[in-house]
Design a protein around this ligand. Structure first.
Ligand code: ITT
Length: 197
């Protein structure tokens, strides 16, 4: 295998996957490079959505494809925002609007607000199809801190740290993140079990 498509337009994800796969001599392409059909993320689980993205883009390009779907799961909110993380306030909402809605909802709950980031990552080619996952546990704080990262990072304090994900460098976040863990598992599976790399 020399080329992999990552089914996303999110630059953060592309950079992360390139760092893992390019040392193995594999070129990572993303949906920023070509026109593809729009994918509606209407699954009830992260797994369903990530597999749908990977399968759709594999069917379209014929090249081995990786996709992921990720989000925040808050215990006191029965798992919200979950698969709706990107559009929690409304379809097309900004990160700030989603963060504001999250804090509004948490107002009636006492601290600590335990939460985790979850990522499902899928791989599809003509013979194989599988999904793995990664998690990062922590809690939601009531005042945003830091300006790095994206999404809910300014409100998320990983367990064992006194800085939010938005106060960490990309390198620090990539050592502990849900997505980094899922991508690392996916890579191991391609190497050890499927002998594809
Ligand atoms: P693609 O679907 O194109 O891959 P996306 O940015 O929409 O890109 P997801 O559907 O996987 O990515 O992410 C859903 C939302 O979950 C995202 O918009 C954030 O609000 C939140 N999220 C996921 N990972 C996060 C992280 O590492 N830090 C902060 N928020 C995150």
């Amino acid at each position: 295998m020399t080329d992999i498509i990552l089914a996303t337009k999110n630059q953060n994800k592309v950079r992360e996957l390139k760092r893992l796969f390019e040392p193995l001599g594999i070129r990572v392409h993303s949906l920023l490079e070509f026109e593809t059909p729009e994918i509606i993320e209407d699954g009830k689980t992260f797994e369903e959505n990530s597999l749908k993205k990977a399968r759709t883009i594999f069917n379209f390009t014929g090249k081995p494809t990786i996709a992921d779907d990720s989000g925040l799961i808050v215990e006191q909110l029965n798992g919200e925002p979950g698969v709706y993380s990107a559009r929690y306030a409304y379809e097309g909402a900004s990160d700030e609007e989603n963060n504001k809605k999250l804090l509004e909802k948490l107002k009636k709950h006492p601290q600590p607000h335990f939460a985790k980031f979850y990522c499902a990552a899928s791989y599809v080619d003509s013979n194989n199809s599988f999904t793995v996952s990664g998690e990062l546990e922590g809690q939601i704080i009531e005042t945003p801190r830091g300006s790095n990262g994206f999404g809910y990072d300014p409100l998320f304090l990983p367990e064992g740290y006194n800085r939010t994900l938005a106060q960490m460098t990309v390198e620090e976040k990539n050592k502990i993140s849900h997505r980094a863990k899922a991508f690392a598992k996916l890579k191991e599976k391609l190497i050890d079990e499927l002998k594809l790399l």
